[in-house]
Design a protein around this ligand. Structure first.
Ligand SMILES: [Zn+2]
Length: 255
């Protein structure tokens, strides 16, 4: 049987195949993408959140293989996530669960991509890192980033941090600390056996992962949460969402 699997940014309704709202494609408000594609191609269409599908793929084929309790968190422009609990992708009542990037970490913190304030995404994403660097430079802080021809991106901040720039290192460590604090909370909620970290910001390596781990160890409420926990990076990289869409399309039961 031929089917189409779609990995799309959310929030979306995977049961009805409707994109509720996606900030980067403003035309797709309550857009019935599954019906639309079905009308064009004449085959069944399955849709899910791209981060959920990346979690599914890392669990089936990637860094989380063999573990039925998994968190997948991708830190790039935003912070996406997917949760596998007891060998099932967590969907919640309407397919909206697992949005770990949209958990409030700091009261009255910076505005998030979703429009709310103080969410993890607004504090630890690549967008947040770039914004913090630009704010610090505008405030006159000294850094090698000040000599760049354009406002610094998260990639530029990571590069400067690796080269020993104090401001860039501090900004990376702050973002990682927010993720570490949130992750301690996620361990308390889900008690996973593996946490898979993906996305461009994670590519920064030790300058991000070390402060993340330090905060996690300090803020977890009992060391039992860390025993036998594997904290690892994505094995499938940018293909994870596509492989997840394929997995979904091949699944016999579709919601
Ligand atoms: Zn948010």
């Amino acid at each position: 049987m031929v089917r189409i699997g779609v990995a799309s940014p959310g929030p979306l309704d995977p049961v009805r195949g409707v994109i509720l709202r996606t900030p980067n494609i403003p035309e797709w408000q309550n857009f019935p993408l599954a019906d639309h594609l079905r009308a064009i191609f004449g085959v069944a269409v399955t849709i899910d959140n791209d981060a959920n599908l990346a979690a599914l793929a890392e669990w089936r084929y990637g860094a989380g293989r063999g573990h039925d309790h998994l968190l997948y968190i991708t830190v790039s422009t935003g912070v996406g996530a997917g949760v596998i609990v007891g060998g099932r992708l967590l969907h919640g009542a309407r397919g909206l669960a697992g949005e770990l990037g949209h958990v409030a970490v700091v009261a009255d913190g910076p505005r998030c991509g979703c429009g709310q304030y103080g969410h993890l995404e607004g504090l630890a994403s690549g967008t947040a890192i770039a914004r913090r660097a630009q704010e610090a430079l505008a405030a006159g802080e000294k850094s090698s980033l000040a000599g760049l021809p354009a406002p610094p991106t998260a990639t530029a901040v990571a590069r400067a941090a690796r080269a020993g720039d104090a401001l860039a290192s501090r900004i990376m460590a702050e973002a990682a600390g927010h993720l570490g604090r949130a992750l301690a909370g996620f361990l308390h909620v889900f008690n996973p056996e593996v946490v898979v970290l993906g996305g461009g910001v994670i590519q920064a390596g030790r300058i991000f992962l070390q402060p993340l781990e330090n905060t996690l160890r300090r803020e977890v409420m009992h060391s039992a949460y860390l025993e036998n926990l594997t904290l690892t990076t994505s094995a499938l990289g940018e293909d994870a969402g596509l492989l997840g869409a394929l997995t979904l399309a091949r699944a016999k039961t579709v919601y």
